[in-house]
Design a protein around this ligand. Structure first.
Ligand code: AMP
Length: 177
């Protein structure tokens, strides 16, 4: 199905908020995009453009804004939705993956039964920055035997070289800064 909106329209609905949550960060606020029915649906169309319903088993979304896009993409592709959450939030048995932050480290987790071995996975987050979070999510999917077809991001901060951490995997981003 042809996409109904342009990347320029998506970009115009992303609000830059300087110095949030701390000085020096240019926060990309996607709430104006989400509030616009046509742009939200169009963004999902663009993020799922390479796939037809039934060609993906699970859309994996990253805590927390990634959930919004991944869940919508999952219903469109007739796929399941699987959350990658920050450590300590999932109630059942989990596998975990640590990753480095600028200062210190963080841990993401996934339920041990979230994916069947060989599951065809589309991984989605709102924004690719350094790539640490999504590389950790990739590691979780691969630990469970999932087969990542593509990583989709609404936004990529190219100057942070996040793709370097996602080598060998197809990465698709809509708006690049
Ligand atoms: P990273 O692990 O560095 O690729 O960071 C990616 C995660 O941090 C994503 O889940 C984003 O939601 C969030 N993030 C990082 N930088 C920004 C930013 N400038 N604006 C909004 N979200 C960001």
């Amino acid at each position: 199905m042809p996409a109904t909106i342009t990347v320029a329209e998506i970009e115009s609905a992303i609000r830059n908020v300087p110095d949030f949550p701390k000085t020096g960060i240019q926060f990309k606020d996607i709430t104006p995009l989400l509030a616009d029915a046509r742009l939200f649906a169009g963004a999902i169309d663009l993020l799922t453009r390479n796939f037809t319903p039934g060609s993906v088993d699970a859309v994996v979304g990253i805590d927390a804004r990634g959930f919004i896009f991944a869940a919508a993409a999952a219903t469109k592709l007739k796929a399941g939705f699987v959350p990658v959450r920050k450590k300590g939030k999932l109630p059942y048995a989990t596998i975990e993956q640590d990753y480095a932050l600028e200062y210190g480290s963080a841990t993401v987790a996934m339920h041990t039964d979230a994916l069947k071995p060989g599951a065809r996975v589309l991984l989605i987050d709102d924004l690719l920055a350094t790539g640490g979070t999504s590389a950790a999510a990739v590691a979780l999917v691969q630990k469970l035997g999932g087969n990542i077809l593509e990583l989709g991001f609404l936004i990529e901060l190219k100057f942070l070289n996040g793709r370097e951490k996602l080598k060998h995997l197809p990465v698709r981003s809509l708006v690049v800064y």
